[in-house]
Design a protein around this ligand. Structure first.
Ligand code: PMV
Length: 354
């Protein structure tokens, strides 16, 4: 049997420290404010693509074939249409994509998913297995790929770099910029994702971004964003968790405040999440642990801290919330194209307790 080598695009997920919520008019996913994220290491999507002669894209997501027109699949097919058009590729693409984390555990995969789809799709269109060739010969730099991935999912654009990444709106929709503020070696933070995975059913983030403007909290939020960004950057500069942590928690709650006070009001988490947040604050107070939470548009809790405190956290989680699984992650180096076995265990997000 001939062994066919398949190069996978591996793109990490990222967790926003300073959040992107709300876009400006003008299209091209133009955010209302700058955001700052931490690129993750093990939470990622692995995607392989090749050109086909079928007349339609063929997409298999976590082992299941999906079709254009199905709810949730349209964004992916639209992105493939956009990608093959811009790369002047006359074929459709066959895509196999898999997340490193368990499906249906409530972790959004759109950032890693659209980043991996963009890299794998372009690699297939140009027939290359090298990110360097994509950049040097076809001018697909990380920033240009991020511009394209962003059209599928805004937060995907920050997954093209490792470490700490800033996405800024610029003065025009086509003048958005990305900056790797620090690489993954700068500050080895850990992220434990507690999978509460229940709570009220979220609306799609694309609708949520539009509704943000109807919240009375949104204009004051935007007015304070430049200063807040500076505060986040100062905390990063000093690698000062005692300074970063309170900013992180306040920012997550402010975003959820905007979501809840928008019209229609959207609540992405319920009492189970709130109970863990209160528990974490008690743990910090009673045991002096430097652990701080942030939230995405969902009920699961990202708890950031440094190595020793994370170990203590896992012990206490097992004691106090034995029914919640959690995933352990850290700061990652960014995307790559590489050979990957079907079951590449070394790259699976460790379900610490599933
Ligand atoms: O990338 P989208 O359109 O799914 O928006 C996600 C926005 C948040 O995850 C809630 C915040 C962020 O900056 O990633």
């Amino acid at each position: 049997m001939i062994e066919v080598q398949r190069f996978h695009a591996i793109a990490p997920s990222n967790i926003a420290l300073l959040k992107y919520w709300g876009k400006q008019a003008g299209g091209e996913q133009w955010p209302a404010n700058a955001s700052l994220s931490l690129t993750l290491h093990t939470l990622h999507t692995a995607t392989v693509a090749h050109r086909n002669h079928e007349g339609e894209h063929q997409v298999t997501l976590n082992g299941q074939r999906i079709y254009r027109g199905e709810a949730g699949a349209q964004k992916i097919f639209r992105h493939l249409d956009r990608l093959t058009t811009v790369a002047a590729c006359s074929n459709k693409l066959t895509i196999t994509t898999k997340n490193s984390f368990p499906t249906a555990c409530g972790i959004a995969s759109s950032a890693s998913g659209f980043a991996a789809l963009t890299i794998a799709g372009l690699a297939a269109c140009y027939g290359t297995e090298s990110l360097r060739v994509l950049a040097d010969e076809y001018e697909w730099t990380a920033a240009r790929m991020a511009d394209l991935a962003r059209l599928g999912s805004g937060s995907a654009c920050r997954s093209f770099w490792g470490g700490f990444v800033q996405w800024s709106p610029g003065s025009r929709p086509d003048a958005q910029t990305y900056t790797q503020v620090y690489d993954h070696t700068y500050w080895p933070l850990w992220d434990t994702v507690v999978l509460v995975a229940s709570g009220s059913k979220p609306i799609l983030s694309s609708a949520g971004h539009e509704h943000a403007w109807s919240s009375p909290l949104f204009a004051p939020r935007l007015a304070g964003m430049a200063e807040k960004l500076q505060q986040f950057c100062a905390a990063l500069t000093h690698r000062d968790l005692g300074r970063l942590g309170p900013l992180l928690e306040q920012e997550a709650l402010e975003m959820h405040g905007v979501m809840m006070s928008a019209e229609p009001s959207t609540r992405y988490f319920g009492g189970e999440t709130a109970a863990v947040l209160a528990w974490l604050r008690r743990l910090r107070h009673d045991e002096g642990l430097q652990l701080y939470f942030t939230l995405d548009a969902g009920p699961n809790i990202h708890i950031l801290g440094e190595h020793g405190d994370q170990q203590r956290l896992h012990h206490r989680l097992a004691q106090d919330f034995p029914h919640y699984p959690y995933l352990c992650d850290s700061v990652g180096a960014g995307p790559q194209l590489r050979l990957l076995d079907n079951e590449d265990a070394s790259w699976s997000a460790e379900p610490c307790r599933l």
